[in-house]
Each structure stands twice: as structure tokens, then as C-alpha cells.
Design a protein around this ligand. Structure first.
Ligand code: MLT
Length: 307
């Protein structure tokens, strides 16, 4: 049993945990630093703990984000070390980027920006070229189109709600829970009984499931065959949920219209029909702060109270 009156807990802070979160740990009881020999706790964002030895002194780990796949959770649980995370704390940030992703794809914004950047303002033909650009990069409106939301946790439900407000039709499905048990789904969302139901009817499909055995490569050559021709696939969950090779083959065959993903990789970065981002979903000031506060509070309370 730790003597609470005397102990100052040593907290190892790895990459990008907002200062406002760390402030939740009072200095008289917690020393937060980037280099700690015998940490009582680790706070981190996306550092990979699978490849490092986690000190035997560690009593708790806090991940300032929703997923915990950068942490050996099973091994920690055998050691009796709880892993805290921040489910939902960055959901709004992810939702906003998903909406941006749909608009980027529907309005050809990436290509149009490259086109404008390459224009020479002193070119006498500039006006004519701009007219050409207006034709080449003309897009379509997302309103009236159907969005399939796969994964109905907080992010999926927020995306569904926002899409309905933008005039889209929304179909929802979750591989783990029934649609009725979803976190909070607007009544206008149609309930799908299978992934195939969502894929067959959607112009956009957005993935919001964690990466677990059941969801690994959930989008593969076979499932893509069920999608509408020219549909847009958005992956702001985890890279492994979609089989990248199958997605790229479908893009090359123009079977899929566009892949919007939040993970760069050698194969997707320069693909003409991919919009790849550097895992930016949760990267807003607000989300970083919310996540850090949520995990710092849990780790602090656990260390102080042992629960
Ligand atoms: C998450 O799991 O919530 C995200 O990966 C957060 C992050 O970008 O660190």
C-alpha cells in the first residue's frame, strides 16, 4: 500500500500530452517529466510501447486518445496495470475532419489546389486556364447522397448526426452492437443489419471501428465488390481496417472513386485518387486538451485512491 502522505508520484510523459492535462496533477503529489528512471505512471499519445520495456515500477498508463493499440494492454493487464484512455474526448475533432474529407473528395479540392498553385499569374492565358480548371474540377454536392457509417460509437454517431444536418441520407451499422444500442443515433438514420447493406447503398462509406481481429481488413476485395461504383471510402479509424492493396486496386480500376484516409503510406501518398492525411483526426487544440485532461484525471485518481 502506497503511503499517500509521503509519496510524490513520478510520471513519465511521452510525446504530445497537453500541458493543461498535466496541470490536473498537483505538483506536490506528481512530478511529470520526459525522462524518469522509475516511473509510477506513463502518460502518452501515440508513442509505441510495444517495442520498449515498460518499467516494473509502472502502476498505471494513460493514453491521451481513444485507441489503445500502441500499448500492450493484455501484457499490462497480466501485470495488474490499468490502461486508461479518453474515449469520445476527440470525437468532435474527428467528426469535423470526416466532413472535410467528404467535401475534399466531392469537390476535387486537392486537385484544384494543385492546379491553382501551378498557374503562372503573368500568363496571358491565365483566364482561359481558370475556365478549364472550373470544368476539370467541377464536383457534386454531398447533400442528397447517402453516407454509410460503419461503427456507431461516439464518433460514428456524431458523424451521422452532422451528415443528416447537411442533408445527407445516413445508414448505420456496427459489427459489435445492434443499431439500437448505439451511443446516440439520430432517428433519421436507417438501420443496416449487415456491412453489405451499408456498402450496397452508400455513396460514401466512413469507418469508425477499432482495429481488432474482427475488424482487420473488414474492407477487402470482396467487400469493395459490394460497394457502389465510384463510391468514396473514408478511413479515419485505423489503417488495418481496410486492406490497402485491395483499395488501391479498386481505385486503379475506377471501381472506387476516392479513398480518404488519415494514414500516409508509401503506396497511398501520391496516388491520384487518394487523399491521405498524417493522422490529423484528433489533432486540434481542443481535442488534445480534452484527451489529456480525461486521462490525467483517471491516472491521478487511480494513483491517489487506488481505484
Ligand atoms: C485516437 O485513438 O483517438 C487517435 O489515434 C488519437 C491520436 O491522434 O493520437
Amino acid at each position: 500500500m502506497v503511503d499517500q502522505a509521503l509519496t510524490q508520484f513520478q510520471v513519465l510523459v511521452l510525446n504530445n500530452v497537453s500541458q493543461n492535462g498535466l496541470k490536473r496533477m498537483p505538483a506536490e503529489r506528481f512530478a511529470c517529466a520526459k525522462d524518469v528512471a522509475k516511473p509510477d505512471a506513463i502518460l502518452l499519445r501515440s508513442a509505441d510501447l510495444h517495442s520498449v520495456e515498460i518499467a516494473k515500477s509502472v502502476l498505471a498508463i494513460g493514453r491521451a486518445g481513444s485507441g489503445t493499440n500502441n500499448i500492450p494492454v493484455a501484457e499490462m493487464s497480466k501485470r495488474g496495470v490499468p490502461v486508461f484512455n479518453a474515449p469520445g474526448a476527440n470525437a468532435n475533432a474527428v467528426k469535423e475532419l470526416v466532413l472535410a474529407g467528404m467535401l475534399l473528395a466531392a469537390r476535387n479540392i486537392g486537385g484544384a489546389m494543385k492546379f491553382v498553385a501551378a498557374l503562372d499569374p503573368s500568363d496571358a492565358e491565365m483566364e482561359k486556364k481558370v475556365e478549364g480548371g472550373k470544368k476539370t474540377y467541377a464536383g457534386y454536392e454531398i447533400s442528397g447522397h447517402t453516407l454509410g457509417v460503419v461503427g456507431l460509437g461516439k464518433i460514428g454517431c456524431l458523424v451521422a448526426d452532422a451528415a443528416i444536418k447537411l442533408g445527407m441520407n445516413v445508414i448505420g451499422y456496427d459489427p459489435e452492437i445492434t443499431v439500437d444500442a448505439a451511443w446516440s443515433l439520430p432517428s433519421q438514420v436507417k438501420k443496416a443489419n449487415s456491412l453489405g447493406d451499408v456498402l450496397r447503398h452508400s455513396n460514401f462509406v466512413t469507418l469508425h471501428v477499432p482495429l481488432v481481429d474482427a475488424t482487420r481488413k473488414m474492407i477487402n476485395a470482396e467487400s469493395i465488390e459490394q460497394m457502389k461504383h465510384g463510391a468514396v471510402l473514408l478511413n479515419f479509424s485505423r489503417e488495418g481496417v481496410a486492406d490497402e492493396a485491395a483499395v488501391l486496386a479498386a481505385l486503379d480500376a475506377r471501381r472506387l472513386g476516392c479513398y480518404v484516409c488519415d494514414f500516409p503510406s508509401a503506396r497511398v501518398n501520391s496516388h491520384p485518387h487518394v487523399i491521405a492525411l498524417p493522422h490529423l483526426g484528433a489533432s486540434t487544440r481542443e481535442a488534445e486538451e480534452n484527451c489529456a485532461i480525461m486521462v490525467a484525471d483517471q491516472v491521478r485518481d487511480y494513483l491517489l485512491d487506488g481505484n
